[in-house]
Design a protein around this ligand. Structure first.
Ligand SMILES: C[S@@+](CC[C@H](N)C(=O)[O-])C[C@H]1O[C@@H](n2cnc3c(N)ncnc32)[C@H](O)[C@@H]1O
Length: 182
């Protein structure tokens, strides 16, 4: 996968754009959430992680009866998310070092994040670690930054099992699950 060169002060770059993020990207992100959420069956006991949650636009769409946590390393993104989605918890953390025990979440979303992280393989491994056995993850990246084949290979390398790969607007989306046996 071709990732952009990571600027030195990457976190502050996201901080600088946080205030305009919803205005710029709400419409396009909501188109992606719509397909993703329509493909996933939620359960009462789900514990959901939104990895790289940005301003919390996805968690706004998830019914408040589900317990959910958003993680992002941008303080300002997190601040906006906290103000918007009162019934979810938000934590400032790096996706390559998630502050959760193994097998914690039943569902992990990561919408339009794989092109932004420095080490996609490390990030997906970390997501897989935090995912419960039989848990489901929905991840996406910008089409212009990766091919479906590269996404499939990435998923395979991280030990997750691919369920579906599809395109929606500017993204390639992969739905994958964690097998019970390694
Ligand atoms: C393109 S935005 C997507 C935000 C959100 N998922 C959405 O649907 O709008 C990418 C997000 O990933 C976050 N991010 C990038 N690299 C990260 C990392 N290593 N750890 C935590 N967050 C990261 C950025 O701060 C930003 O909020």
């Amino acid at each position: 996968m071709k990732n952009e060169k990571i600027p030195k002060n990457k976190m502050s770059l996201y901080d600088q754009t946080a205030w305009i993020y919803d205005q710029r990207y709400r419409e396009i992100q909501e188109e992606k959430y719509k397909t993703m959420l329509s493909k996933i069956a939620f359960k009462k006991r789900d514990l959901i992680l939104d990895a790289g949650c940005g301003t919390g636009m996805l968690l706004e769409k998830i019914p408040s009866k589900h317990r959910a946590v958003g993680v992002d390393f941008s303080k300002k993104m997190i601040r906006i998310a906290k103000n918007k989605v009162r019934d979810s918890n938000f934590i400032q953390a790096d996706l390559n070092n998630l502050p959760f025990k193994d097998n914690t979440f039943s569902k992990v979303f990561g919408v339009t994040i794989l092109q932004n992280v420095e080490h996609p393989q490390m990030t997906v491994r970390e997501i897989a670690r935090a995912l419960q056995k039989k848990g489901l993850t929905v991840l996406s990246t910008l089409k212009k930054k990766a091919t479906k084949r590269e996404i499939r290979e990435l998923i395979e390398k991280t030990g997750l099992k691919e369920k579906e790969v599809y395109e929606v607007s500017e993204d390639i989306v992969v739905i994958a699950f964690k097998e019970t046996k390694p």
